[in-house]
Design a protein around this ligand. Structure first.
Ligand code: TYD
Length: 141
């Protein structure tokens, strides 16, 4: 499936865990596209589900700096779920994957760096339409 989990560079002093960690991303080095937009989802309660769409062009880099969020991805034939349960985990998500995010902890934060500006016409929000789109993509390959 067309996604990639990466380890975000981070620093943590093992002798002073109380100081916390520091994670960092260098644009165009760690994120494989020029970032045009950053958004984040905050204040969501455990068990909330969001997403339920795919994109046509927009590539996204997701990370969860606080809490745990599970991301289910679907390419039209199979489904896979990854857990963003560590502030140093990053997920590069191809546009054509249907995705649903499940909040596993209260107040978990989802941060997203996107390759495109917000454009509603880039969204596929209907699952049946998505299945048809995925079928066409497979036929074109
Ligand atoms: P929406 O895509 O419905 O969120 P989700 O699918 O995760 O539940 O977005 C919620 C609203 O915010 C919707 O009206 C579109 C708007 N929005 C923007 O204006 N800019 C953005 O960058 C994003 C991600 C959403």
């Amino acid at each position: 499936m067309n996604y990639k989990l990466i380890e975000i560079k981070h620093s943590q002093n093992k002798e002073h865990p109380e100081n916390g960690g520091l994670a960092f991303l260098e644009a165009e080095q760690d994120i494989p596209f020029p970032i045009k937009r950053i958004y984040w989802i905050y204040g969501a309660a455990k068990d909330v589900r969001r997403g339920f769409h795919a994109h046509k062009e927009n590539v996204q880099f997701l990370f969860c700096p606080f809490g745990r969020i599970d991301v289910m991805m679907d390419d039209g034939t199979t489904q896979e779920t990854v857990s963003l349960d560590d502030p140093a985990k990053g997920l590069i998500l191809s546009p054509e994957l249907w995705h649903e995010m499940l909040w596993m902890t209260d107040g978990a934060i989802l941060c997203v760096a996107a390759s495109d500006h917000y454009d509603e016409s880039d969204y596929i929000r209907d699952y049946d339409q998505f299945l048809e789109y995925a079928k066409q993509l497979r036929a074109g390959k």
